[in-house]
Write a protein that binds this ligand. Structure first.
Ligand code: 5GP
Ligand code: ZN
Length: 112
C-alpha cells in the first residue's frame, strides 16, 4: 500500500520513534507545531476516524492509554492537546489514522 505512515511503521522511511508496541507506533512530527509534537498511530492501516468500527476500535482505546503514558514520560504536567484531523475541512493530509499529541506551549482554543 502506498501509505506514508505504513512505510514509516515498516521502517522504510526513517522516523524519530518515541514508542512502539504490537499495535501502536509513535514518532515525532517532522514539522512540529509545538515544542512537543508526537504522532500516535495504529500499526494497522485505518484511513481516518471514519474507518473506526467495532472490529478495530480497541486500538483507539489503547492509543489513548499510550498517550497518557507519553504525557507522563514527556513531562507534560501543564497539559496537552490530542487532535485527529479528518477529511478536507479537518485539514487531514496523511490518510492513515493518527493522533497529534501537542504540548509545551499555550494552545489557543478554538483552533483556527
Ligand atoms: P495531518 O495533516 O494529516 O493531520 O497530519 C499529518 C502530519 O504528518 C503533519 O503534521 C506532518 O507534519 C506530518 N508528516 C508528514 N510527513 C511526515 C514524515 O515523513 N515524517 C514525519 N515524522 N511526519 C510527517
Ligand atoms: Zn497506512
Amino acid at each position: 500500500m502506498n501509505c506514508l505512515f505504513c512505510k514509516i511503521i515498516a521502517g522504510q522511511i526513517p522516523s524519530t520513534k518515541v514508542y512502539e508496541d504490537e499495535t501502536v507506533y509513535a514518532f515525532r512530527d517532522i514539522n512540529p507545531q509545538a515544542p512537543t509534537h508526537i504522532l500516535v498511530v495504529p500499526k494497522a492501516h485505518i484511513a481516518d476516524c471514519n474507518g473506526i468500527n467495532a472490529e478495530n476500535s480497541a486500538v483507539v482505546a489503547h492509543i489513548f492509554e499510550v498517550i497518557s503514558q507519553l504525557a507522563e514520560h514527556e513531562g507534560l504536567e501543564n497539559g496537552y492537546r490530542v487532535i485527529s484531523n479528518c477529511g478536507p475541512d479537518g485539514c487531514q493530509s496523511v490518510h492513515h489514522l493518527h493522533f497529534h499529541l501537542l504540548a509545551g506551549r499555550y494552545l489557543q482554543w478554538p483552533p483556527g
